[in-house]
Design a protein around this ligand. Structure first.
Ligand code: HEC
Length: 106
């Protein structure tokens, strides 16, 4: 019985480890998407906006904040004439990666 219990527990640990790897975005991919999609043009290198009164600084924001804002811009829950069309071109994976990238630049 004890062996079965141990096996079951290690199985669960393996599953949760895999899940958390997938949930976390890829920082390097996030960086290339941030450049390729032109985000950098308004929000500055690494999201460190040079004109924060017009284009909010993203640098310093945490992963969950960026993830939520981009998801809400994409769905239209958060309205922004510039950001709604920008976010609509991002996949969920892009959003995950960008959130990981931005939050990695402290
Ligand atoms: C043409 C300029 C422009 C481009 C390009 C642009 N943004 Fe934005 N972004 C804005 C503006 C302006 C706001 C503020 C919108 C508002 O509050 O309605 C904003 C807001 C945001 C916010 C929310 C910031 C906050 O403080 O709540 C995030 C996150 C964001 N942009 C990410 C991105 C990403 C990722 C890209 C590339 C896919 C991108 N932006 C491309 C102009 C731009």
């Amino acid at each position: 019985m004890k062996t079965i219990h141990v096996l079951l527990m290690s199985g669960l640990f393996a599953v949760s480890a895999v899940t958390s790897v997938h949930a976390a975005g890829d920082i390097a991919k996030g960086e290339s998407t941030f450049t390729a999609k032109g985000c950098i043009g308004c929000h500055g290198p690494a999201g460190d906006s040079q004109a924060p009164e017009m284009f909010p600084k993203l640098k310093g924001r945490d992963e969950a904040y960026i993830l939520t804002q981009l998801t809400d811009f994409k769905s239209g829950k958060r309205v922004g004439t510039t950001m709604n069309p920008m976010a609509s071109t991002l996949t969920e994976e892009d959003i995950n990666n960008i959130a990981a990238y931005i939050s990695s630049n402290k």
